[in-house]
Design a protein around this ligand. Structure first.
Ligand code: HEM
Length: 142
C-alpha cells in the first residue's frame, strides 16, 4: 500500500510538471539550433567581417581560428548553452584597437546580415543582439 501510494505520488508529480515544462520556453541556445548552428553562424559572420572593408583592417593580425572558437564559446555561454567562455574579457581583448561606435555598428550590421542569411528568426536575432549590445562600452574606446 505504501509502495502504491509512492508511485501514485510520482505519477502525479510527473503529470503536474510535464505541462509546466511544455509552457517554459527553450533557451536561446536551443532555439538557435545548438552548437553546430552557432558554429555555422560564427563561421559566416567572421567571413563577412573579413570582407567588410569598413572594419576588416582591425582583424589583419588576429588569430582567426582562436577568434571563431572564442565567439562560439561566448555565444553558447550567454544564450544558456553548456559552454564556458575561456577567452579574455572584452575590455582586455579589444584594448588598444581604437574601436569607434561606427565600427561597432558595422560589426552588428554584419551579424544581422549573417543571421538573416542563416534564417534565424527575428525574435532570436533581437534576443542575441540584446545580449551582446551591452558589451559595447567595454569594446568601444573612442
Ligand atoms: C559585441 C561585439 C563583440 C564581441 C562579442 C566580440 C568578441 C570577441 C572575442 C570573444 C574575441 C576573442 C578574445 C580572446 O581571444 O581572448 C575578440 C577579439 C577581437 N575582436 Fe571582438 N568582439 C566584438 C566587437 C568587436 C568589434 C566592433 C571589433 C572591431 C571592429 C572587434 C575586433 C576584434 C579583434 C581585432 C580581435 C582580435 C584581437 C587579438 O587577436 O588580439 N571586436 N572579440
Amino acid at each position: 500500500m505504501r509502495a502504491l501510494s509512492l508511485s501514485a505520488f510520482t505519477a502525479l508529480a510527473f503529470w503536474s510538471v510535464g505541462p509546466l515544462q511544455a509552457q517554459t520556453e527553450k533557451s536561446l541556445y536551443e532555439r538557435l539550433g545548438g552548437k553546430p548552428a552557432i558554429a555555422a553562424v560564427v563561421n559566416d559572420f567572421v567571413g563577412a567581417v573579413g570582407r567588410d572593408k569598413r572594419i576588416s583592417g582591425f582583424f589583419a593580425k588576429a588569430d582567426i581560428g582562436n577568434l571563431k572558437t572564442r565567439l562560439v564559446e561566448q555565444i553558447c555561454a550567454v544564450t544558456g548553452g553548456p559552454c564556458s567562455y575561456g577567452g579574455r574579457d572584452m575590455k582586455a581583448a579589444h584594448a588598444g584597437l581604437g574601436i569607434r561606435a561606427e565600427d561597432f555598428s558595422a560589426l552588428v550590421e554584419d551579424l544581422g546580415a549573417t543571421l538573416n542569411k542563416r534564417k534565424i528568426p527575428k525574435k532570436e536575432q533581437s534576443e542575441l543582439v540584446s545580449l551582446l549590445a551591452p558589451l559595447r562600452d567595454q569594446i568601444v574606446t573612442r
